[in-house]
Design a protein around this ligand. Sequence first.
Ligand code: PRX
Length: 634
Amino acid sequence: MSATNEMSGEVYYPSAEIIANAHIPDYDAVHQAATDDLAGFWDKIARENFEWAEPWHTTLDESDPPFYKWFVGAKTNIVHNALDRHVKTATRNKAALIFEGEPGDSKVYTYQQLNYEVCKFASVLRAQGVRKGDRVTIYMGRIPELMIAMLACAKVGAMHSVVYGGFSTEALLGRIEDSASKVLITCDGAWLRGKVIELKEIANAAVERSETIQSVICVKRIGHDVEMVPDRDYWYHDLMALPIADPNAPTEVMDAEDPLFILYTSGTTGRPKAILHTHGGYMVGTATTLKWVFDIKPEDIWWCAADPGWITGHSYIVYSPLVLGATSFMYEGAPTHPYPDRWWSLIAKYGITILYTAPTAIRGLMRFGETWPQRHDLSSLRLLGSVGEPINPEAWKWYHRVIGNESCPIMDTWWQTETGNFMITPLPSVPLKPGSATRGFPGVQVDVVDEEGNPVGVNEEGFLVIKRPWPAMLRTLFGDPERYVAQYWSRYAEQGWYLPGDSAKKDEDGYIWVIGRIDDVIKVSGYRLGTAEIESALVSHPAVAEAAVIGVPDELRGNVIKAYCILRDGFEPSEQLERELRDHVGVEMGPIAKPSAVAIVDSLPKTRSGKIMRRVLRAQTLGQDVGDLSTLAD
Ligand code: PRX
């Protein structure tokens, strides 16, 4: 690729060879066709690429906005498309998943083997009383059994709710109770940086206080002693060895619109929101976006280095690669363990062809210099990807030059837990600008508008909006449809537009530059955290009367958390207390939510109605203009 100046700014044009070999060589034509006939566009894709037990009578039902429905009347199961249909063809002998553990152990599952495990575990779940529509919480490290557990839930028609293994007791318990999960699937621990994260211990602490969990299934990953509660806790391998573990378990036939999973994510206020995705539309959307954006070919080895506990892992480690019959690679541990070249050595060892990761990881690895990647043969790579936050041009260029040898286009994909799949993204045939996610995926109508919904001028900041529904969109918030409407569809109710909660600019060429969140969501290392959850963790400490947290820009992690606390009577500020409060958040919420600094203060800026004005705190902290203070109480 080369940088020239035909478009505005710095542009990297794809080579003629890349364009010729891409699934979609002409973005503009396909995007136009999808725009002209959105339902027809998806109807054709859905008919030609997936198996359905019964067809749909309506491709897109817009009769009750914003409760859109796709492929209405159709029957299928995403697992039928991800596994069942592949084991009937030569794909059964292909590697579905190549796994390497942090200690260096390695395992390959062919489609046949993965299906065998999923069938057995699905019947174990059925024997535990799990039925269609039930919720199952999964709390595990990044190991193949996590994928097996998710697929087994989907196969029996239960909704999985995966809680990221980096979260702690409170976060886990809150999500278990909100979803009213019957079963928890966990493991005895996870490897990270050569140390064990005691997942079972955290799970025990949560389940002790849970009113809904009836049984716990525990995978043995580490092999050390953990507390197993009789008649409640079962070893995964024990259950899988029983005759009830049927390798021919049937796949539940689901409506296209039946829930596939819920996934909690942080919202503007209050408790986390349970985003709900479905079998039909989610399958069509995730598989099509992966195929076109990362140009998946039969011989590829695809590495999405995210955690399956986040939407990126759900969509692009577990479901869409399997639906496409592709080979995925999964690595358990930290990129820098035991040395900063672990990732690069994995690319060379397994011949990875596409790497998809987050800007924070790239910045983290960049720090160690070029010698580490240069020690390894990275020539198998042909495409790179980025997700989670805006990628700064410096990191983009390093990734492009040092990892991609200046020949791998970088797909900077903007999307959300809610959107289910890539929304603003290049395709390999599209010219790139470092730092911009370019334009909408075919059929995705994105714009940048002001408060009233008028398009803002070129390079002016405004609100990102999405103007038309898409198949993989969230359908609702589990148990809270009002909040679904209020959160995403109320600001532009008249126009019927979806509000993602990001600010952005659009340049002369129509390229979108995402700036960041407009709400109280903080992105730390690409992870989405809500201020409310961290604040309630702080207030649960006996010394804290009130707390406010803000995100402060950080070179490595994008943002770090700074907390402000007012103490209760009888407590004195001290460095030791500040440290204790940081650790307390770590224990309650998980290490990822730990504030980098805690300041003890006498008061917090509030509106007259008592709402904390984090905007003012942030401006003060960063030494910026505090802006309009007319609503400030004091
Ligand atoms: O602010 C945007 C940012 O991440 C948010 C969504 O977070 P989450 O639901 O956790 O999903 C992350 C992985 C899909 C968005 O509202 N974001 C995500 N990708 C990008 C991004 N910001 C800029 N550029 C991106 N490529």
